[in-house]
Design a protein around this ligand. Structure first.
Ligand code: AMP
Ligand code: MG
Length: 348
């Protein structure tokens, strides 16, 4: 009897000793010009390393094929467009072009990856946009007059053509979202259910770490601290566009890398726009579109793009949020006095 009690006690002690926290596999890759941090919850080191190695291969290929200015598949396609010739692309690039056409249409052309030449004229087709040199405003005006747009681009199967040779495709505003959607789909296929893939603050989550949610910070673009935090739910993607991330300074004025296709000018009324959606591609494209839309028009564009969760900070420091976002987000230091709640799926 005593021996049995000792055995039971021993078993309890051993089991208790086994209750270590589940292993977390964390690795950082350098791709898409940024650090991509992959966190896999309850995954052993070998499984984790194999999964991340597979993601790295995927990311490197997408970087090469979808890059806006380095030599590769997309620059070949852009050269064909400039010559007025059709071009055969792989199925996934055809898919990227197709969804981009849809986002361009939904956003009334505020998100429009056909503006590659404008982005280049502003000097952003460079890893390190130089400060100082004024862009050629005559060339910018002339290009805006030719109105390059995704409406000019036709995709038939995998054959891409443009009726406007001024179109130059730059998927900088959506490619990361689509790449991260594919990354988390890959992880799920491998049986990894709880993970976060974070590319410089733009991220996709699946599952949750134990009984908590993944906690995500929405950064204050000025102080760089967290303006708010939010619990990201299974399958959600959180993307931020801002004029603080990449900009050039010319004669004391900062010019953002997000260009308003209607004017050819960089956006200056929105400092940051954060969108949460269950598709990273949609969240990424919409964050860019809302930054272009500005403090007055963003609710309409958000509704057209099916966005229910958005938070924007404008140049005056006013915080704008949809009702659903305002209800979920936890602001550092309490709800800001200048919070404006607008938009959302319902009527406003
Ligand atoms: P994001 O950080 O997602 O807002 O993407 C910004 C990048 O998208 C820029 O660096 C440009 O390469 C490209 N871009 C700039 N303006 C636009 C626009 N209006 N529509 C689509 N892509 C844009
Ligand atoms: Mg974007």
């Amino acid at each position: 009897m005593i021996r049995r009690a000792v055995l039971v006690l021993l078993a309890v002690v051993l089991l208790g000793g086994c209750e270590r926290p589940p292993p977390v596999h964390k690795e950082t890759l350098y791709v898409f010009g940024t650090l991509v941090e992959v966190t896999l919850y309850d995954v052993d080191p070998e499984t984790g390393a194999a999964a991340v190695a597979e993601l790295e291969v995927l990311f490197r290929r997408l970087h090469r094929d979808w890059h806006a200015w380095e030599p590769g598949l997309l620059s070949d396609l852009n050269r064909a467009i400039a010559r007025g010739e059709p071009f055969e692309v792989p199925a996934d690039l055809a898919g990227l072009i197709r969804i981009s056409k849809r986002y361009a249409e939904q956003s009334e052309g505020l998100f429009d990856p056909a503006v590659g030449s404008l982005v280049a004229l502003w000097g952003f087709h460079s890893d390190d946009p130089e400060a100082g040199r004024r862009p050629d405003f005559d060339a910018i005006r002339a290009l805006v007059a030719t109105a390059p747009s995704m409406r000019d681009v036709t995709v038939e199967g995998t054959r891409v053509s443009s009726r406007n040779p001024a179109v130059q495709l730059d998927f900088g505003a959506v490619a990361k979202g689509l790449a991260l959607d594919r990354a988390v789909a890959n992880l799920k296929k491998r049986g990894i259910a709880d993970a976060i893939v974070n590319a410089g603050g733009d991220l996709n989550v699946i599952g949750r770490p134990g009984d908590r949610h993944w906690k995500v910070a929405i950064r204050d673009p000025v102080t760089w601290g967290a303006v708010a935090t939010i619990d990201a739910k299974d399958g959600e993607a959180v993307y931020t566009s801002g004029n603080y991330a990449r900009f050039r300074e010319i004669e004391g004025v900062r010019y953002a890398h997000i260009i308003d296709p209607r004017t050819g000018m960089p956006v200056d009324r929105i400092v940051s726009a954060t969108v949460i959606h269950d598709s990273g591609a949609t969240a990424d494209a919409a964050a860019t579109a809302l930054a272009v839309a500005g403090p007055d028009d963003w609710p309409r564009i958000a509704r057209r793009m099916g966005i229910d969760l958005a938070l924007l900070i404008d140049a005056e420091g006013t915080v704008h949020a949809t009702p659903a976002m305002a209800a979920r987000v936890v602001f550092e230091g309490g709800v800001p006095a200048n919070l404006v709640v607008a938009g959302g799926k319902g009527p406003s």
